[in-house]
Each structure stands twice: as structure tokens, then as C-alpha cells.
Design a protein around this ligand. Sequence first.
Ligand code: CA
Ligand code: CA
Ligand code: CA
Length: 245
Amino acid sequence: MKHILTSSLVLLVFGGAATPTTASYSSETRCYAEPNQHGEWFDFNDYVHELGTYDFDNTIESIRETGMWMYYDNINYNTDQAGWVFWASGIDFCGNVPTQYANTASSLRYAGSPYSLDDETWTVYSGQSFTGHEHMGYKDASSLGSLGDQVSSIIIVGKSAWTFYDGTDFHGTNSVCLRPNFEFDLDSQGRVLHVGIYPTPSDFHISDNNIESVRKGCWSERVVLGTTVIANYTSPNGAWGIIHG
Ligand SMILES: [Ca+2]
Ligand SMILES: [Ca+2]
Ligand SMILES: [Ca+2]
């Protein structure tokens, strides 16, 4: 058996946006080398830009996880090279990576707060399908810093809706209210997780590389009630899907 991975928590904060390149206290994934949660395994509670570092490249066939995790075909979250993304979200949720994608994941990361599972957060990514650079925030952001006019995908965690604007300071020609569209819970434990998954601009209805600010709550007449992302499997405590980058 491999060792549990732990590392120190560092949170970089600027302009109302934070980048959690770091360990989570609430999100964790146990990745197995064989289907149905068998074989050699590794626990991750942090981003891994290159699974080869843990001698676990192209090895994952099943998972047991809590949180919203993305598993990427290539290193560095498919940022340098396009590929598929296997996403899975839930609480103590078990899943098998579909056969054609098994033994190919080369990096992984989670979305949301490192501190508490269902903290209300937004995360924006510079690439579609949650690739590239990212910023995460817990509150209003009047600008997105270096990701202003760069946003190509979004993940929301927690109950709150968030309104995104194509201008700074909560202005602009277009705005859209995004809501979480998945809710998972474990009755036995009372834990709940809300997630909204928006892998492309056509899912969040603002043109690519145009969003510049975000405000908590629903302040737009344009409301997206559910994303068009397809879950290949859903259950009360989790779901997973494949996105082709
Ligand atoms: Ca790979
Ligand atoms: Ca972009
Ligand atoms: Ca803009």
C-alpha cells in the first residue's frame, strides 16, 4: 500500500480571488490501480500536476472520493496538451473510470474550498474543461486579475448562486446567474455537497474570454438553471462524467 499524501496548506490571495494550489481538509480522493476499489491505492488531498511523481501515472482505474475532482488525460491538467477529463463529484462516492479511459490519468485536482466541503465558492479556469490557470473565490470579485477576459470554464460549489459579468465592477453588456445543478448527500452523516459544472462558454452563456467580475447571488435576468454537462452516472451521493477536451 502506498502512503497517504499530506502537505502543508498555502493559500494565495489577491483581489478577492484565491488560488488553492494546495491541500484540502475536506476534499480527498483515494485512487486505485484496479477497478471496484481494488489494488494499489493512493490518497490525495491536494493538486497533482504530474501523477508520475507518485509513480501513479496512467494507473488509475477506480476511485473513492469526497469533493469535486477532475482527472486529466495529460500532465498539467491538459493545459499543454488537449485530452479527456474524467470528473467525479460526491461524498464517499465510489466510481470506476470507464474502460477506454482507465490507466490514462496523468494529473488531478479538485474544485472548491480547501477548508469545508460545501463552502460557497466559484472557480474560474482559463481553459475549457477546467484546464489552464484558475482563480477561486468565496466572495464578490470586482475584477478577476490575470484571468479577466480569460475565463473559459467555471465550477461552482455550495448552495449559492453567483452572477458573472462581462465587465469589471459587476457591470457589462452581459451577465448570467449560475446555480449549482447537482446536490449530493449522505443521509447517514448529514454531509451535503452542491456543485455546478460549466465546462464551456456555451454552458454559461457568456462569450469565451469575456467574464471580468463575479457577485454572490442571482442578480441577472439570465439564469442558467442547469448545465448541459452530461453525467454518465448519478446516485444520491455522487456522479461522474467524461468531457472531451
Ligand atoms: Ca496519460
Ligand atoms: Ca480562455
Ligand atoms: Ca469582458
